[in-house]
Design a protein around this ligand. Structure first.
Ligand code: GDP
Ligand code: MN
Length: 378
């Protein structure tokens, strides 16, 4: 789950990281009022859950409350990478001399949190990673030990920071690490961390991505979810307890089990098709879940066929077969489908589908090939 910039920065502030004063506005009028209270120049920042807002015109400087109102009026309602801006953060503008990149992510290969830092931060950080990778420092952290003071100091020297900034940098990095660990984040990032004209360090931007699997430990953070930022399909899937990831292909996949869902997508590709989604409907797979999953898959106009791949363990294939038919009663569609059912009560399951003229297959290869043919209109 992604947090907004203003939410992320508030968490950073709780961990001792200096951030600009500011407040969120949902109307140009409110933006003017906030700018008036802050006094001096402000920056109006679209709050949408994508990166690259600056380049997209979603971050603008305003010299006074009048301009703040105008800029907010321009930015509110704006479309940024498919998301509509419905709130802006009005922050005291920073007088920026230098922009540093500072982030922490989980490195899956190392199985450790890794601190990533560069003295060449800002909106071009991806470009720096490509053209000047040596400018990006990486520091793996042993989570049993935590971030040690000397590691943070060494990193500051590695980045070539001037001596006067070393203590501030260490305090900010220590705060970022504790924010990352205590929220069970998969990413915590400040880009840019700036050095201002009066030699202060300030986190001008902030981003946190929380690990959904750990959200149950953080009910307060779970409340920060912005419903409006979810697509309809994502929301429906989450509420129905389904793991769903939309992809670009034409073959809808409905599978019980995450590993099996990955294998199903591989087999679909192997036979020349492209999966339209990853979907794990989980164990049990009663008709209401199958129906919800079917509705979600069918929302995608690119879907040309649907492949059901069900492995009956505790789940009984006859129950799933009945679930599929009940779901089809509820969700009317002409999209062709094929099911592969194996495991507990598979004969009964296939019998039930056969009686309803629902095509099924006993091997995954056969079912996947059929789904690919159906998608091609064969
Ligand atoms: P992003 O593009 O979504 O990452 O949004 P950022 O918050 O990082 O803003 C993009 C860029 O706008 C930053 O790299 C800065 O160069 C600039 N910017 C953001 N806030 C300020 C500010 O307070 N003052 C000044 N002068 N520039 C700012
Ligand atoms: Mn940024």
């Amino acid at each position: 789950m992604k947090l907004h910039e203003y939410q992320s920065k508030r968490i950073f502030a709780e961990h001792g990281i200096p951030i600009p004063n500011g407040e969120v506005a949902i109307t140009p009028d409110q933006a003017r009022e906030i700018a008036r209270k802050l006094g001096g120049p402000v920056v109006i920042k679209s709050q949408v859950l994508v990166g690259g807002r600056g380049k997209a015109g979603g971050v603008k400087l305003a010299k006074n409350p009048n301009e703040a109102e105008q800029m907010a009026d321009q930015i509110l309602g704006m479309d940024i990478k498919g998301l509509t801006v419905d709130k802006v953060l009005v922050d005291q503008a920073a007088d920026i001399n230098e922009e540093i990149y500072l982030g922490i992510v989980i490195d899956r290969a190392l199985q450790l949190p890794v601190i990533i830092a560069s003295a060449e931060g800002g909106v071009e950080i991806e470009e720096v990673a490509k053209t000047n990778p040596e400018a990006i420092k990486r520091l793996p952290i042993d989570p049993q030990v935590g971030l040690m003071g000397y590691q943070a100091r060494n990193l500051a020297f590695d980045l070539g920071l001037r001596r006067v900034f070393v203590n501030d940098f260490v305090r900010i990095l220590t705060g970022l690490y504790s924010a990352f660990i205590s929220t069970d984040a998969s990413l915590a990032e400040i880009n840019p961390l700036v050095i201002t004209g009066d030699d202060k360090m300030l986190a001008v931007d902030g981003k946190i991505i929380l690990d959904d699997n750990a959200l149950y430990r953080h009910p307060k953070l779970a409340e920060l979810r912005d419903i409006q930022e979810e697509t309809d399909s994502e929301r429906e899937a989450r509420l129905a307890g389904l793991s769903f990831v939309k992809l670009d292909g034409e073959i809808g996949c409905m599978v019980n089990g995450a590993g099996l869902a990955m294998a199903t997508m591989d087999i679909v590709k192997y036979f020349g098709g492209e999966p339209a989604n990853f979907l794990d409907i989980g164990g049990g797979a009663k008709s209401d879940k199958v129906a919800a999953a079917l509705r979600i898959i069918l929302k995608d106009p690119k879907v040309k066929s649907i492949l059901f791949n069900i492995f009956g363990g505790i789940t009984r294939c006859d129950e799933v077969a009945r679930g599929i038919l009940e779901a089809l009663n509820e969700v009317q569609t002409n999209i062709p489908m094929v099911a592969r059912l194996v495991g507990t009560n598979e004969e009964e399951g296939r019998q039930i589908l056969a009686e309803a003229n629902f095509p099924s297959a006993s091997s995954l290869g056969e079912a996947a090939q059929k789904a690919v043919q159906l998608a091609k209109g064969a």
